[in-house]
Design a protein around this ligand. Structure first.
Ligand code: A2P
Length: 276
């Protein structure tokens, strides 16, 4: 099956559902990711700090799907901010993944107190210009931080990957993204670490449509053009998470889900939360 896509201002085309790979490591991780690729996943989202770039590299080599049909995204960690540091980090990622080029290269956290994400961004622009990276983006950036990138370099990210689920819908940031052709990607799309999947309102909507609660939550994302990257190690759940294009949430469903807004569940405000 082919998954509907969205296209960013730079031409990057991403499927509306990708695979989060945090926690998928080693041989078990390879097995899980291979089953996802066989089910139709094409976007594999990893990071230096997930410690599984080698695992993703094994998946790329062992999968029956051609390299150029897979979209590999990885992220430069906070401790590698800076121009030269980013260049070196990129080479390490490329080596661990065993690839010539990386499709989507992201800044993992802005770490504003370090104040080096502009230098990082300059390096990423150069990597893209050299054809080593297909598209460059960010994670956990606020509108102000993205505007700073634009002011400094005239290059806006293709993607901003942020905490996003029905408890924290990021409406203002998404409107800003839409206005600039920046794709919104959701991390923790299922609202892990909260009771979202036990919420009775979500359960009622799920039973009305004859689908699971996770399918309601993922449909809520894709119906708004948000790219969700749910992680599942389980082949059956991986397939279920892709199967969200055969039903539609009504306006009433969407209005009801909008009442769930309550804010971040991870406490990771990018203005103050930093990761190295
Ligand atoms: P599992 O890997 O055992 O399927 P997030 O993407 O927010 O980090 O959430 C991932 C978590 O949600 C994982 O623990 C995963 O467990 C679980 N999960 C993923 N898909 C489903 C599903 N369809 N039903 C129930 N749990 C799911």
């Amino acid at each position: 099956m082919s998954i509907p896509t969205r296209t960013a201002h730079d031409g990057l085309e991403l499927p509306l559902i990708g695979l989060g790979t945090y926690g998928l490591n080693g041989e078990d991780g390879v097995t899980s990711m291979l089953s996802a690729v066989e089910s139709g996943y094409r976007l594999l989202d990893t990071a230096v700090n997930y410690g599984n770039e080698e695992t993703v590299g094994d998946v790329i080599r062992r999968s029956s799907v051609a390299r150029d049909e897979l979209i590999v995204a990885t992220k430069v960690p906070g401790r590698h901010h800076g121009f030269d540091e980013t260049m070196a980090s990129f080479e390490e990622s490329r080596r661990r993944l065993g690839v010539e080029h990386i499709d989507v290269y992201l800044i993992h956290w802005p770490n504003p107190s370090v104040n080096r994400y502009i230098d990082t961004w300059h390096a990423m622009i150069e990597l893209a210009a050299d054809g080593l990276v297909g598209s460059i983006g960010v994670c956990n950036f606020t509108q102000e931080m993205i505007e700073r990138l634009g002011d400094a370099t005239s290059v806006l990210p293709s993607v901003n990957q942020v905490e996003l689920h029905p408890y924290f819908s990021q409406a203002e940031l998404r409107a800003f993204h839409e206005a600039h052709g920046i794709l919104t990607q959701a991390w923790s799309p299922l609202g892990r670490k909260s009771d979202l999947l036990e919420n009775p309102l979500v359960a009622d909507i799920a039973s009305a449509h004859g689908v699971s609660v996770t399918q309601v939550v993922l449909r809520w994302h894709v119906q708004q053009g948000i790219i969700a990257i749910p992680k599942s190690a389980n082949p059956e759940r991986q397939r279920q998470n892709l199967d969200v294009f055969g039903f539609e949430l009504s306006d009433d469903d969407m209005s009801a889900l909008a009442t769930l807004e309550r804010g971040r569940i991870w406490g990771a405000d990018p203005n103050t939360h930093e990761e190295m």
